[in-house]
Design a protein around this ligand. Structure first.
Ligand code: ADP
Length: 371
């Protein structure tokens, strides 16, 4: 998932492209720039094979507030990297408007590029140079004067917890340290908005947690706006808001809590000695209209306040002579949210996933073991 090079889309530039209304100089008014990122009807088409058109981004309306940590979730090919490329003014939209850090991506791409930091999956670090040398070169490339560049290198190394490794050649650093060094590189020019494309992919859980710890410091101390694409639902869970993109369209957006609340009821799963009969008994016990399913996980039903239903269902089953081996009530997870909006799980592959089954690794709110 890498951003296309700036030249990729030259053939697809639309003459009808409309730039957002701006003040002289391409900047937005104070009211308009209350958002760090704002898009309206953003579209990006690529030429596909045999004269077809790939609709990578189809009319995106997005508002990300200053200082917000926003997760962008979507399956492969959904349009996440293309969106990031458009927002960083690396690629040019086919239609629509986007303002990032107060500047229009079409009218003032140079200004946008200077205001954003980018952390992409591919490393741009020279393994033979030290951490400090890598950062210094980038600081100079960004146009920082020598003394300022040296000061920023020291500061950013401290921010990402690598001050004591500043003289270490990059090739001697662990994967997590390199990722943090890339983060430092993205921060050198004090960007107002930081784009992170799958920032922790390939890292072990400890290194992943460390990267996030530093991202949280950035957000809390500097009020940085972070736009993060990720496949890790637990990372999205920690963001202020998240958007789910599928086939180039934003299909859901909100805080993790609000999105999960929309799904509503808890998932109750019962494993019994006779799941088929249990399914019928549960169907007669819960209010009419609720769908009771049976699969490899057991008998499942979505009900409000699932943990309160478990003793009632167990009593009904035992009254029919059916032994209950395990019972759980699970509140909706972000994977349920993702599944609800895209029709598939974000975990791939996932052979046993059905709409009624609990997500693997889902937090169990209430679990009762019965014999
Ligand atoms: P994601 O980041 O969610 O995996 P992408 O933004 O990379 O998705 O891709 C969205 C769609 O656009 C995919 O169908 C992809 O094949 C297509 N695409 C991306 N970049 C180009 C390009 N430079 N030329 C043609 N098609 C592209």
């Amino acid at each position: 998932m890498q951003p296309p090079a700036a030249g990729d889309d030259a053939r697809t530039r639309a003459p009808l492209l409309t730039a957002a209304p701006t003040e002289p100089g391409g900047t937005r008014s104070a009211a308009q720039s209350a958002y760090a990122i704002s898009t309206r009807g953003l579209v990006k088409n690529y030429p596909g094979p045999d004269g077809t058109t790939v609709h990578a981004v189809r009319g995106l309306d997005l508002d990300v507030r200053q200082g917000e940590t926003y997760a962008f979730l979507g399956p492969n090919g959904a349009g996440k990297s293309t969106t990031v490329s458009l927002l960083c003014a690396i690629a040019r939209p086919t239609a629509g408007q986007a303002t990032v850090a107060g500047a229009d991506v079409v009218a003032r791409p140079d200004r946008v590029r200077r205001s954003v930091g980018m952390l992409f999956q591919h490393s741009a670090l020279d393994p033979d140079l030290t951490a400090e040398q890598n950062l210094y070169i980038h600081a100079r490339l960004y146009g920082l004067r020598r003394r300022h560049a040296r000061a920023r290198v020291t500061e950013t190394l401290e921010t990402v917890g690598l001050a004591d490794r500043r003289r270490a050649p990059v090739r001697t650093l662990s994967g997590g340290m390199r990722r943090r060094l890339e983060l430092a590189r993205g921060l050198l020019h004090e960007p107002r908005v930081l784009f992170l494309d799958e920032p922790t992919t390939g890292l072990d859980p400890h290194a992943r947690a460390q990267v996030w710890e530093h991202l949280r410091v950035l957000r809390d101390l500097h009020g940085s706006t972070l736009f993060v694409t990720t496949h890790y639902l637990e990372e999205a869970e920690n963001c202020d808001r998240l958007g789910i993109i599928d086939h180039g369209r934003l299909v859901a957006q909100g805080t993790p809590l609000a999105l999960k609340s929309e799904i509503g009821d808890d998932l109750v799963v019962l494993r019994t000695g006779d799941d088929e009969t249990a399914r019928q008994v549960v169907g007669r016990t819960v209010p009419p209209g609720l769908v009771v399913t049976r699969d490899t996980e057991g008998v499942s039903v979505r009900v409000p306040d699932g943990s309160a239903w478990i003793p009632r269902l167990c009593a009904a089953l035992e009254a029919h002579g059916i032994a209950v081996r395990a019972a759980s009530a699970t509140p909706p997870t972000l994977d349920d949210v993702f599944f609800h909006h895209t029709g598939r799980s974000i975990h791939t592959p996932q052979p046993h996933r059905t709409p009624a089954a609990p997500a693997p690794g889902a937090t169990t709110q209430a679990t009762e073991e019965a014999s």
